[in-house]
Write a protein that binds this ligand. Structure first.
Ligand SMILES: Cc1ncc(COP(=O)(O)O)c(C=O)c1O
Length: 342
């Protein structure tokens, strides 16, 4: 089945809704957006490391320049992808929905049988220090929107598949600028392609084992599309790095919160926004036919917030333009950003 998904996605898109530069967690962290401070640094840098920014990060209890942060080659995150992560948006210097991210981090860690090495208060202290430092380095009075990246791995041990116990988890946190979605994508929507969901059946864990997501995202990248909308057994699951929402007759439909999808932090937020806007909200299995017949399709993630899909596999979604439900939810989302959350 995976092969058919790839073949399907390889079809060239006749027209793209608009140009599709990737706005994804990966792009935000790997792209050019990190504040580069290559001017002076007292830290030693390898030839490669010298190209990395000096932005402050946190590694195992120490604050250090990102370019100088190092872990062991035997870290189980490196060897097995044996770790979990979180990406928390920061608006006006305040982590958004931090408590929900902490709750999801706890759930992911519990699945891996790793004890959370920090309390929620300690996580917030680390995050706040990095956000404050980043803001100071940016030299602006208004804090730039940021993305905090948190990663916890099982730690360093001799290579053995079994879940080694008694090792100290590796803790890493960095922050980076959050680039807004380009205005053209907001106004015209984005093109996506579909593919079979060939990932594993523990998609609810925000795991650093992301090779399935990398393959999935590349299917859309290869044809210049924004995301890959995945189906498992003929039913919608999610996209490579986003949740997917179907709008039909004024109701927002999402996939159930089970082991087949990551419960994005926007699940709860979208439900709240629907309630406030008088829209229906339902989580249930959604067939491919229902996705194709949708009035509107939406993506959600920390970086995309809520984003309309206007082209799927080269075919217009609904009217082919961002719809009224998107407009309401997006407006609600912007309002929610300024409401303080725990
Ligand atoms: C597979 C997957 N689904 C959904 C999401 C959306 O989650 P959130 O809204 O918490 O960013 C992400 C975000 O990275 C993801 O990787």
């Amino acid at each position: 089945m995976a092969g058919s998904g790839l073949a399907q996605a390889k079809r060239p898109l006749s027209t793209l809704a608009t140009e599709q530069p990737a706005i994804s967690e990966e792009a935000d962290f790997a792209g050019q957006s990190i504040l580069m401070n290559t001017s002076t640094s007292s830290h030693s840098s390898s030839a490669l490391g010298a190209d990395l920014p000096a932005t402050l990060c946190y590694l195992n209890g120490d604050y250090t320049a990102l370019r100088d942060a190092k872990i062991s080659v035997l870290d189980r995150g490196f060897i097995f992808g044996d770790g979990v992560y979180e990406v928390v948006p920061v608006y006006a210097g305040e982590p958004f929905r931090f408590a929900q991210h902490m709750a999801r981090l706890d759930r992911s860690l519990a699945e891996l049988r790793i004890n959370n090495p920090l309390t929620h208060v300690e996580w917030r202290e680390v995050a706040q220090k990095l956000v404050t430092d980043f803001t100071r380095e940016a030299g602006t009075t208004t804090p730039p929107d940021q993305l905090i990246y948190i990663q916890v791995t099982r730690g360093v041990a001799l290579r053995d598949h079994v879940m080694t116990s008694g090792v100290a988890p590796t803790i890493f946190v960095m922050t980076n600028i959050m680039k807004p979605v380009p205005a053209a994508q907001r106004s015209s929507g984005v093109a996506c392609v579909s593919a079979d969901d060939f990932r594993w059946e523990k998609a609810h864990i925000k795991s650093t084992s992301l090779l399935g997501a990398v393959f999935s995202r590349q299917i859309s990248a290869d044809v210049g599309a924004m995301e890959t909308v995945m189906f498992r057994g003929g039913y919608l699951s999610e996209a490579a790095a986003s949740n997917v929402w179907v709008v039909k007759d004024g109701c927002v439909l999402g996939t159930p919160k089970d082991h087949l999808v990551l419960e994005g932090i926007r699940y709860g937020l979208i439900e709240e926004l629907c309630r406030a806007a008088g829209l229906g909200f339902e989580l249930r299995r959604i067939s491919r036919a229902e996705v194709i017949a949708a009035d509107e399709l939406l993506l959600s993630s920390a970086t995309k917030e809520i984003l309309p899909i206007t082209l799927l596999d080269g075919l217009a979604v609904g009217s082919g333009q961002p719809g009224p439900v998107y407009a309401k939810l997006y407006a609600g989302y912007q309002g929610a950003k300024s409401i303080p959350t725990p």
